[in-house]
Design a protein around this ligand. Sequence first.
Ligand SMILES: Nc1ncnc2c1ncn2[C@@H]1O[C@H](COP(=O)(O)OP(=O)(O)O)[C@@H](O)[C@H]1O
Ligand SMILES: [Mg+2]
Length: 233
Amino acid sequence: MIKVKKISKIYNTGAVETVALSDISFEINKGEYVAIMGPSGSGKSTLMHILGVLDQPTTGEYILDDVNVSQLTDDDAAEIRNQKIGFIFQAFNLLPRTTALQNVMLPMRYANVPKEERIEKARKYLKMVGLEDRMNHTSNQLSGGQQQRVAIARGLAMNPSILLADEPTGNIASVQAEEVMNIFRKLNEEGHTIIMITHEPDIASHAKRIIHIKDGKIVKDEKNGHKLKAKTI
Ligand SMILES: Nc1ncnc2c1ncn2[C@@H]1O[C@H](COP(=O)(O)OP(=O)(O)O)[C@@H](O)[C@H]1O
Ligand SMILES: [Mg+2]
């Protein structure tokens, strides 16, 4: 489903050149649950932006569902994102004085899904994340953990092939982080592909595969505690 081939990302800021990703290659199959781990500055967010088709690699190829999405126009990239990727951010990114139901309905509105269907799906996904009794609460009336669950429901609304989460538990209490991890596990059991970026080992341990990056390079790729053979890295 995901093929990353020899991707590098170089940022040019004035006279300074930063190599954020250096010749990275890996594959992720449909239905996998992968954590990408690494210290601050190792290139996690850069990789997340490329995987989410929010940014392009300087060199190398990113093949998503058999399509090379490395060098798309902004419009084409936006369409691929809407169709294929559900984003979950550390800071939730919900609209503040807007109900949970409306927040989940929003991406479907942009995609011109009929209103009845939007309401029905939004209710279904809010129920899935355990918020059936909070649908009409506005974001500011919800706890951090509940807001992140609304964001997960929103991420699911367009039935994406990949859920891409950047430090999804970074802004919430540990009890609520466990709830979010339970939801991810359930979604993965149902067949969703999940890629989660984190610097916390206990959060990463919920995934079935952990790709460790450091200084823009993959230093370890382990599945269920077993190191993958070099050829798959
Ligand atoms: N837009 C940018 N312009 C210039 N340098 C950047 C930019 N974004 C990230 N970097 C640099 O690239 C490296 C990797 O950053 P990042 O991907 O944000 O790491 P992480 O998310 O693991 O903390 C860092 O050295 C960072 O300073
Ligand atoms: Mg980051």
